[in-house]
Design a protein around this ligand. Structure first.
Ligand code: SPV
Ligand code: MG
Length: 280
């Protein structure tokens, strides 16, 4: 499930998801910039670190194209391992990246050059459990199914632990065809943003290993922020909005404020545990 900061990462874990997608689109959006590598890779890394600190489930970073060539990508991987990020997904496009939902014939990386990048990533990981997911953008760029399969096989041979096959079709047809032809060669990851009507059971039946709900927290957050701002601006009071949004108390609970009070009683001289006197 997508997260874009420490708070959304906490919510994802609290709601029982097994892993976090640190989405490039969502992180960029939350930072107020476009998903076009406008945020630097260290800025993205800092956000991912907040997510790791806030949770105990694996975080997979959307590493876009690896922020340059093999050399930039392998430096990224070393930093991700240092900061205990569990996995990265690197896509076979060119820097600066273009979001997959923009334009039709996007430029793809040369498959051999991209394979070298995957190899460099795998050779650079300092955590043996770290996973590198190679993202195939052939279908996004309007290339053939055969090219998508060939690219996936090449990246798997180069050491990719899994393949993310992306599609922007309104139905799951091409994804299910790809999954069928790919078989069990390596774990498959999908992002059903546009083909959201397909039941997840169909993906399970097709042998797909992981589904990423890629941008739904940032979109949900945006819609309630818009509603709240419009309401307060228009009505100049909070009466009708108060019950529709998260209370300050819930935020205190989500962020573990009680632990800080307990820690003060333990570590600060003269502080005692007082009974809960929070306003919220
Ligand atoms: C993201 O969440 O940033 C992704 C998925 O890369 S998509 O926006 O579908 O390309
Ligand atoms: Mg992305």
């Amino acid at each position: 499930m997508e997260a874009h900061n420490g708070l959304s990462a906490r919510i994802v874990e609290a709601e029982g998801f097994e892993g976090i997608w640190a989405s490039g689109l969502s992180i960029s959006t939350a930072l107020g910039v476009r998903d076009a590598n406008e945020a630097s890779w260290t800025q993205v890394l800092d956000v991912a670190e907040f997510m790791v600190d806030a949770t105990s489930i694996p975080v997979m970073l959307d590493g876009d194209t690896g922020f340059g060539n093999f050399n930039n990508a392998r430096r990224l991987i070393r930093k991700l391992c240092q900061r205990q990020i569990a996995a990265v997904c690197i896509e076979d496009k060119v820097f600066p990246k273009t979001n997959s939902f923009i334009g039709a014939a996007q430029e793809l990386a040369d498959p051999q050059e991209f394979s070298g990048k995957i190899k460099a990533c795998k050779d650079s990981q300092t955590d043996s459990n770290f996973a590198v997911v190679a993202r195939v953008e052939a279908l996004i760029a309007g290339r053939s199914m055969q090219e998508a399969l060939d690219r996936a096989a090449t990246y798997h041979d180069a050491g990719a632990d899994a393949i993310l096959i992306h599609s922007k079709k309104p139905d799951a047809g091409e994804i299910l065809t790809f999954a069928n032809m790919w078989g069990n060669t390596a774990p498959l990851v999908i992002v059903p943003t546009t083909y959201y009507n397909t039941p997840t059971e169909e993906f399970e039946k097709a042998g797909i290993s992981m589904v990423i709900w890629a941008n739904h927290n940032i979109r949900a957050a945006t819609s309630i922020m818009l509603t709240t701002c419009r309401h307060i601006r228009q009505h100049r009071h909070l009466r009708d909005i108060e019950k529709k949004i998260t209370s300050v108390g819930e935020i205190f609970d989500l962020l573990g404020y009680a632990e800080l009070e307990a820690a003060k009683a333990r570590y600060l001289p003269g502080e005692e545990m007082t009974k809960d006197d929070r306003v919220f």
